[in-house]
Design a protein around this ligand. Structure first.
Ligand code: GLU
Length: 452
């Protein structure tokens, strides 16, 4: 209890001094004065809730809770870009660095219409615990530009990327913060990013980003790493459950750099892909889709719409297709209280970040449907990013086989940590993944203490 006269104490006349009549704003719904008010959003609430659940289970010291939850740095930038028609448009971008305790920060840059500070903060928090779970020497970060990449030309995307890179230049660096691909960004954007940074410092700095083209210092295997990591996780989980991939019927939501690789690689390993979807719609084939056919259709037409390989359905129907394994590999908050009752699978594997809401989580658990959490399932991307960064620092390249076998080992070890912790603490895999990450970062924060 606060003592009378202490700031915030009851009956204390002083606590409102200096608010200049802004009490309503400070106390009102916006609650801007509370820590975290700036990045309050639906996704942040999900991230915070998951953090707190794990912190409760670990009985984490209040001081560490304070230090581990809120992002340490967040930068918002507004910058002008010339469109192809000669007009000038202002774009908003963000970079959030969640934890500075573990090493440089690491995380992708996304281009999407709903990018916000709250979204980046939640995703940066997850990057922190994802890296800690895999024992990668990074804190978490995330950034992005609010835009609709499908309505921008390649020239416009180049100008946006280069300007965004220049705007966040003061807080990034190979030993400070290393961006990477995320939604709607890939090798092309990373090449522009690396070039812009290098031009500013006056010499090539390949290790400023990961996910670069091979010839610019990228690593073998990074392009497909997130998708391949999901596949390795599924194989490891099935081994753990004593099941076999050849017997699995799989539905995949999302057909981008992650979903398409997951579908292709699982099909190549003997699984039956019964449904896929992208922004344009979904395709269902209970006897299995011919993935090479679907891939070549998308190669030619860009989207799944019109593909004759299966029955056309809406993109959300794919989530409700009967299957053994459901892989949401698109956006966040896709399985919600509203549709989760119609989900018909045994296992959900989160290839996307945050695709299941906390309410949906509870209902899946009540129905005995296990979830392989994003912190583990999609960690293949940042793990191979770490390999790329290491190779860049060493000026030495590994073979694709070396990358793939190290990735597989690292993810199997990650799953073991999650399964063991889940058993020890009697929690689900999601809480266990958070607990492993929080314990590691918490221990580092405790040892480094507070300075000054
Ligand atoms: N954007 C990816 C993720 O969410 C990869 C980040 C990275 O490679 O740094 O994990």
């Amino acid at each position: 209890m606060a003592s009378p006269g202490s700031p915030g104490g009851e009956g204390d006349g002083r606590e409102r001094r200096g608010t200049g009549g802004w009490d309503e704003v400070l106390d009102g719904e916006a609650g801007l004065v509370a820590p975290g008010g700036e990045w309050r959003s639906a996704l942040w609430r999900t991230a915070q809730q998951r953090f707190e659940r794990a912190a409760d289970r670990l009985d984490l010291a209040p001081e560490l809770r304070e230090r581990l939850l809120e992002p340490r740095r967040s930068l918002t930038v507004n910058f002008p870009v010339r469109r192809d028609d000669g007009t000038v448009q202002t774009f908003t971008g963000y970079r959030v660095q969640h934890t500075l305790t573990m090493g440089p920060t690491k995380g992708g840059v996304r281009y999407a219409p709903a990018v916000s500070l709250g979204e980046c903060a939640a995703l940066a928090l997850w990057m922190t615990f994802k890296c800690a779970l895999l024992e990668l020497p990074f804190g978490g970060a995330k950034g992005g530009v609010r835009c609709d990449p499908n309505r921008l030309s390649a020239d416009e995307l180049e100008r946006i990327t280069r300007r965004y890179a220049s705007e966040i230049f003061p807080i990034i660096g190979p030993d400070r913060d290393i961006p990477a691909p995320d939604m709607a960004t890939g090798e092309r954007e990373m090449a522009w990013f690396m070039d812009t940074y290098s031009q500013q410092v006056g010499h090539p700095v390949p290790e400023i980003v990961t996910g670069k083209p091979l010839v610019l210092g990228g690593t073998a295997g990074r392009k497909f790493a997130t998708g391949l990591g999901v596949v390795y996780c599924i194989e490891a989980v099935l081994d753990h459950l004593g099941d076999d991939l050849g017997r699995q019927r799989v539905a995949v939501q999302g057909f981008g750099n992650v979903g398409a690789v997951v579908a292709r690689e699982l099909a190549a390993r003997g699984a039956t892909i019964v449904a896929v979807s992208d922004v344009s719609g979904g395709l269902v084939a209970p006897d299995g889709l011919d993935l090479p056919d679907v891939m070549s259709w998308v190669g030619e037409h860009r989207f799944l719409r019109g593909c004759p390989a299966g029955r056309a359905v809406s993109r959300t129907d794919v989530l409700e297709t009967p299957c053994d394994i459901l892989v949401p590999a698109a956006l966040e908050h896709q399985l919600t209280a509203r549709n989760v009752g119609r989900v018909d699978c045994r296992l959900v594997v989160e290839a996307a970040n945050g695709p299941v809401t906390p309410e949906a989580d509870e209902r899946l658990a009540a129905r005995g449907i296990a979830v392989v959490p994003d912190l583990l399932a999609n960690a293949g991307g940042v793990t191979v990013s770490y390999f790329e960064w290491v190779q860049d620092q060493q000026k030495y390249s590994w073979t694709e086989d070396e990358v793939a076998s190290r990735l597989q080992r690292q993810l199997r070890t990650g799953l073991r940590r999650v399964v063991d912790t889940a058993e020890q603490l009697d929690v689900d895999w999601r809480a266990a993944a958070h607990c492993v990450g929080i314990e590691r970062v918490g221990e580092a924060a405790r040892l480094r203490a507070i300075y000054p």
